[in-house]
Write a protein of this length. Structure first.
Lengths: 401, 451
């Protein structure tokens, strides 16, 4: 008997039992199920949720691989064992030793993220007797990309458990949650372990354990340098290509843009949200530039450093681009109407840069801005839908008078 | 008077097995069956008993909630069996046809001079009333209400649907009689949509307003026509009639006979020689699908209606009361190795997520009944809007139906829609939600609670 018929027999055998969802989740991973339509449309489009989620993951894989190289590179560079790469294709960047260091650091994060998250998903599916939904496939991939490289695995495990249970399952699972689960995990890490997450040590592998010793290395992101009005040692090209310290997957703007183009082309990601987020960020940047130009604040102000950054540079520093492309576009937690998506995205960009400038202690405001707008997305939608409802009522009124 | 309606949102699903424009007589069916479930929400009250002889056009049951609405036998013969289900609900009424058909003669009507009440009484008594549907609720029209307009779509844009221009050829007199009669029952106009470059007989008729529609499916849905011309407000009623039913109505008015003849498109990739067949309402499906049709031992789905909104019927089933298409497509009850991730060339998709139907916009696809994935909660947003031309928020109204908020359903436009308007959103739904069922249940709830 072939694998196909063996699995089919097993599926029939366990049908209706407690473990059926867990078995089906693995089975449907191998085979598209033999389910057929009943009444309604007798044919269906080719896409299902697995394919959709898989497309998002594909868009993130380049960022993940680059993140591994970058992790090793930053580590070696800080230790002084290699030369600076001098650009995206630099010889000292794409090396085996960089990749090995990166893989040893990043793959465990991926494994823990998926392992803990999926275990909880399976558990809830079995308890509640529904199929395992695919939402976590993307979340599990996002989480390693938005955490610092030296994050202890136990911290990640605790955060993932919190994020999945509180951020998603208590609302009823995939499709019902209000907050983006990946960002809930990130926020949990930030607020539960602030000394870890906001320090200047965790962004380069090896910086933490060497802190205070003679060969201490800096593990700071460029946002930190900006916030302290220090000279930034990286060129714009380095920032764009991502050869800078930062969260694992968010540094390479080039690969994020490629991912964004892929998502837009496949019609999986909402171009409305991506574009409007960037517009919002640029607008806020321009406003701050105007404030600086008008001379309203002096260079001694603690906001001056980031406020004076030319507006377009906000897009290549920090994780605003990553947030716009992979986080804000989560269809469940974003606004659901097309008009609402424009408003939602714009406000995310706008508020991100505002937080970035006004909170120099922890300058990355993107995740807070997205979580905030997640909460307001239903409200935005409500008013957009009310517009349609009002139009209908008006039509009736015109008729009756 | 003619108007142009052009819609952009929608999706043309091109399928293999379009019926060739040739007409032939189907094999005569021995048995005919009327199923009350074809008339949504109806509780039938029988007028005849099993074993009784009936003529073609003779009433066999009526609507319990409105006794004037009669349902008639499509043929003359003997009522052989009444099949009942749970709680003695009538599932099927079977009639064995006679060799020579006799008709119950109704009085002919001079439509030009006839009064509205006489026309209405004739339509009710002759069994033609069930052809008139109403919105809101997409049920048989309530004869006590006057519609603000009557809408007819003479352009079928659904996949593999019967070509109205072809099936209506030579029926101009009947159509004219029907529209003239119906135009007296409404305070407004009869609006008819025809496709851009068609030679529809409707373009030459009096007493109608024709509108030229173009664009992808659902441009030919009557719901799209209503929404673009005169959307239904709370408290208003419109009627819809399909063109092939207008022919039956017209013939009754002209000759006094209820002629249940149907020209049916036999289509789909499961049919060897797709073509048009002349048959009658309620005839055995087996008389149509086996002659140059389904291969032996083929694993196929027979659908009375289109692939988007039709009803699944078994090989020993009968043609639905309103159907003018029989579609046969392969069943998809098989597994597909890594089907969720591998590139797909042979299925239709509106995304480009390793699905490549966008590369071949004119290719005809051979789709089967596989769901291509499991049922999930609503996740993806924005994809329904791309195929939904009505000025309504599709996902929001579906959710309102699911949590049964009557006020919200009403506010979002529930009075304007019918399940078939949600066929395309159901087709593209990534979460494989049964949209048409959700809408149908929502409409039923409103009908029960608000009326």
């Amino acid at each position: 008997m072939s694998l196909k018929s063996n699995l089919h027999t097993l599926k029939e055998k366990y049908k209706g039992t407690k473990m059926a969802p867990a078995f089906n989740a693995l089975h449907t991973f191998l085979y598209l199920p033999n389910e057929i339509t009943h009444n309604g449309t007798h044919i269906k489009a080719a896409d299902d949720l697995k394919r959709t989620m898989n497309t998002v993951i594909l868009a993130m894989v380049p960022c993940l691989i680059f993140g591994m190289f970058n992790a090793g590179y930053q580590h070696h560079l800080a230790l002084g064992t290699i030369e600076s790469a001098q650009g995206f294709l630099g010889a000292s960047f794409w090396t085996w030793s960089n990749l090995v260091v990166g893989m040893w650091k990043v793959l465990p994060l991926v494994v823990v993220s998926y392992g803990v998250g999926l275990a909880i998903e399976f558990l809830f599916a079995v308890i509640k007797g529904h199929e395992v939904e695919e939402g976590y496939l993307v979340t599990g991939m996002l989480v390693p990309l938005i955490v610092p490289i030296d994050l202890p695995l136990w911290m990640l495990a605790v955060a993932v458990a919190f994020g999945v249970v509180i951020g998603k399952e208590v609302f009823g699972g995939t499709g019902m949650n209000i907050l983006n689960p990946a960002l809930t995990i990130r926020a949990f890490l930030f607020f539960a372990y602030p000394t870890w997450m906001s320090g200047d040590k965790v962004w380069v592998h090896g910086a933490v354990e060497r802190a205070g010793t003679a060969d201490a290395i800096s593990g700071e992101t460029i946002l930190g340098s900006y916030a302290q009005s220090q000279e930034v040692v990286y060129s714009y090209a380095d920032m764009f290509f991502g050869i800078i310290p930062g969260s694992i997957g968010e540094t390479s703007k080039l690969l994020i843009i490629l991912g964004a183009l892929f998502l837009i082309f496949t019609k999986i990601g909402s171009w409305r949200i991506i574009v409007s987020t960037l517009i919002g960020a640029l607008t806020m940047g321009l406003v701050f530039n105007g404030v600086v130009d008008a001379g309203w604040i002096s260079s001694s102000s603690k906001f001056f450093g980031l406020m004076s950054v030319p507006f377009w540079q906000h897009l290549i520093i920090g994780s605003i681009l990553f947030g716009a492309v992979f986080m804000a576009t989560d269809p469940v937690t974003a606004a659901q109407t097309n008009k609402g998506k424009w408003i939602y995205g714009f406000l995310i960009g706008f508020i991100s840069i505002m937080i970035r400038v006004f909170n120099p202690a922890y300058p990355e405001g993107v995740f807070l801005a997205i979580l905030l707008m997640n909460v307001f997305a239903p409200t935005i939608d409500h008013y957009v839908v009310q517009g349609n409802v009002k139009k209908r009522l008006k039509r009736l009124k015109v008729k009756t008078t | 008077m003619s108007n142009n309606i052009r819609i952009k949102k929608g999706l043309d699903i091109k399928l293999v097995g379009e019926a060739a424009l040739t007409k032939s007589e189907a094999i005569k069916s021995n048995f005919y069956s009327i199923k009350p479930e074809d008339f949504h929400g109806l509780t039938p009250k029988l007028l005849v008993k099993a074993g009784a002889k009936v003529k073609a056009g003779e009433p066999i049951f009526y609507d319990k909630s409105n006794e004037a609405i009669q349902f008639v036998s499509p043929v003359s013969g003997e009522l052989v069996e009444i099949i009942r289900g749970e709680k003695r609900r009538i599932l099927e009424i079977k009639i064995q046809a006679e060799k020579t058909q006799t008709f119950l003669e109704h009085q002919k009507i001079e439509v030009k001079s006839a009064k509205a009440e006489d026309i209405k009484a004739t339509l009710l008594a002759s069994g033609c009333w069930p052809f008139i549907m109403q919105r809101p609720y997409d049920v048989i029209a309530n004869p006590n209400k006057t519609p603000k307009g009557i809408f007819v779509s003479a352009y079928a844009s659904a996949p593999l649907a019967a070509d109205y221009d072809f099936v209506l050829t030579g029926k101009q007199a009947e159509l004219q009689a029907a529209v003239t009669a119906l135009s007296k029952l409404t305070t407004g106009e009869i609006h008819v949509s025809v496709s851009k470059d068609s030679h529809s007989p409707f373009t030459n008729l009096e007493d109608v307003v024709t509108h030229t529609v173009s664009g992808p499916h659902p441009s030919g849905n009557v719901g799209t026509l209503i929404n673009k011309i005169d959307p239904i407000n709370k408290g208003e009623v419109v009627w819809t009639v399909s063109p092939q039913d207008l022919v039956i109505i017209g013939e009754l008015l002209l000759t006094g006979k209820f002629n249940a003849e149907r020209i049916v498109a036999l289509a789909g990739s499961g049919i060897k020689e797709p073509r048009y067949l002349v048959t009658k309402i309620g005839s055995e499906i087996a008389t149509m699908v086996y002659d140059r049709g389904i291969e032996k031992e083929a694993n196929v789905r027979i659908i009375s209606g289109t692939v988007l909104s039709g009803k699944e019927i078994k090989p020993d089933g009968y043609l639905g009361y309103y159907s003018n298409v029989v579609t046969v497509i392969p069943e998809g009850d098989d597994y597909e190795f890594f089907g969720w991730t591998k590139p797909v060339f042979d299925k239709v998709s509106t995304s480009r997520a390793l699905t490549f139907s966008w590369l071949t916009p004119n290719k005809k696809f051979d789709l089967n009944t596989n769901t291509n994935g499991e049922h999930r909660a609503f996740v993806i947003t924005g994809s329904y809007e791309e195929v939904f031309p009505l000025d309504i928020f599709p996902m929001q109204i579906l959710k309102a139906c699911m949590y049964q908020d009557l006020d919200e359903m009403e506010a979002l436009g529930m009075y304007e829609i019918a399940p078939e308007d949600f066929a395309l959103t159901e087709f593209v739904c990534v979460s494989k939600q049964p949209h048409q069922k959700i809408i149908r249940e929502g409409l039923d709830l409103m009908l029960k609670e608000i009326g």
